[in-house]
Design a protein around this ligand. Structure first.
Ligand code: SF4
Length: 463
């Protein structure tokens, strides 16, 4: 690894840039312009966030708050743990554990440590991990393995049986650091009695593991407080997503990323509520004025993402869609299956807080409905799985096209994406596969990705 990449702590560098940008954005225009000149590599990204007004600035502040929590964890006597995007962080916050959500931190790295993130990924190989795994964990994990961020105290995830490459990267990290490791397991079904009973027992064991690691008993009142706050956040997210059904869709495309980045890290905390609140306000204003969420306020086409987004350097996918007046209708990372979700179909979760058992059942059920765990746990065309979910969403969101973006390490989706695309095409939805790696633009440059996307729009008559 180049020596210059080892000069600063990974989390500190992300925190420093975001918090300074958020503060300066609230200063005078002269101070703000002076900052942009001093950060030529990040100026476009910061300027596009600040250009979004309050939601963009609140996002910078919220993410700075999250990285502050990580940096101050030890000083505040808190434990840290490696975890994954499809594990609800509420139980961790309730136990006073700071979640190091590797996938979200990798995205932060692709934005803030652009020239470094590929080398962090490669460092995992030097440490003995496979390069064929999902790159979403490998970026930030490489920084930790290389000693560029403080070693976590333990690992806690919930993916085995759903995504082997995700599970393996956490197992590798636990073995490498020689730290304790807990994995929640998932049976192939969600809703039958045996599955519910299994989730409940597994979740209780996980709480015992957390108590052992932290040396503290679960504070039931604190858990209830966080869950009630999360219930409020769920209701607001459902309201925001309901607005995406309007034509034109008043919700700016980048809000999809804000929703999941904040939820995966800060769910249940006031910073998450504040973030959703400012987005909801802005989207309602747009809806009232019959304005689309694009910069121009116009909507020419609507795109539903069937998997994740593309995160390379300065979030160019969102700019591309915006410049073409294409509304982004969300992707798999925004679907949580709350009881009020418009797309819930025959399965959802409800937040119950009357007793500890009710809370555990709700959280276990919530986890079982998180992205990837819910819809990619088996054959893509089985009931309630990927195809059925996308078709239901498409019927309700009226997209003109559907788009897949992922990572080459994702055997879970690459093993069936062409079948999914064939089915969607037969149903009448023009569908494009982005071949790049959403987290690593060395695999296919954004220019090549944009060229193919433009070609798709041209050939399918969208221009
Ligand atoms: S993107 Fe694919 S490989 Fe990565 S965690 Fe999700 S399912 Fe697993």
């Amino acid at each position: 690894m180049r020596q210059e990449l080892t000069e600063y702590d990974f989390i500190w560098s992300v925190n420093n840039l975001l918090s300074t940008a958020a503060k300066t954005a609230k200063g005078t225009p002269k101070e703000y312009q002076a900052l942009l000149k001093r950060i030529p590599h990040f100026a476009d990204l910061i300027d596009s966030m600040v250009g979004l007004g309050e939601p963009g600035i609140v996002f910078l502040e919220s993410f700075a708050e999250y990285t502050d929590m990580i940096l101050n964890a030890k000083a505040q006597g808190k434990k840290t743990c490696f975890t994954t995007f499809c594990q609800s962080p509420v139980i961790l916050h309730a136990m006073g554990v700071v979640p190091l959500v590797l996938e979200v931190l990798t995205v932060a790295g692709t934005l803030i440590r652009k020239s470094a993130i590929g080398e962090f990924m490669d460092y995992c190989l030097e440490a003995g991990f496979t390069e064929t795994s999902c790159s979403s964990q490998r970026g930030s994990m490489g920084a930790y393995l290389a000693g560029l961020a403080e070693k976590p105290d333990f690992v806690l995830i919930d993916t085995p049986g759903i995504c082997d490459t995700n599970a393996n990267s956490f197992a590798f990290a636990a073995a490498h650091f020689d730290i304790p490791f807990y994995q929640l397991n998932y049976p192939p079904t969600i809703d039958d009695d045996r599955a519910i009973e299994y989730h409940r027992k597994d979740f209780k064991h996980m709480i015992s593991f957390l108590e052992e690691q932290t040396g503290k008993k679960l504070n039931v009142e604190r858990l209830r407080e966080l869950m009630l706050e999360m219930q409020r956040q769920d209701e607001m997210v459902c309201e925001l997503q309901d607005l995406q059904r309007l034509i034109p869709n008043p919700v700016p495309g980048i809000y999809n990323l804000f929703i999941y980045a904040i939820r995966f890290t800060l769910a249940g905390l006031p910073a998450c509520t504040r973030m959703i609140d400012v987005m909801l306000k802005k989207a309602k204003e747009n809806a009232k004025a019959n304005r689309a969420g694009t910069t121009s306020g116009k909507e020419e086409k609507r795109a539903l993402f069937v998997y994740i987004d593309h995160y390379a350097a300065n979030l160019p996918l969102f700019n591309f869609l915006d410049q073409h007046n294409i509304s982004h209708l969300g992707g798999i990372l925004d679907r949580y299956y709350q009881e009020d979700a418009f797309y819930k179909g025959s399965t959802s979760y409800k937040t119950e807080t009357q007793t500890l058992d009710a809370m555990i059942d709700s959280l276990a059920r919530q986890n079982a409905h998180l992205p990837m765990v819910k819809q990619i746990r088996g054959p893509y065309d089985s009931p309630e799985m990927w195809l059925e979910e996308i078709k239901r969403l498409a019927e309700m969101l009226n997209p003109d096209m559907t788009i897949y973006s992922g990572t080459p390490g994702c055997r879970n989706t690459w093993g069936m994406v062409k079948l999914l695309v064939n089915d969607l095409e037969k149903t009448g939805y023009p569908t494009h596969i982005i071949n790049s790696d959403a987290f690593d633009d060395r695999v296919e440059s954004w220019e090549a990705t944009a060229h193919r996307l433009q070609e798709f729009l041209d050939l399918r008559g969208f221009n």
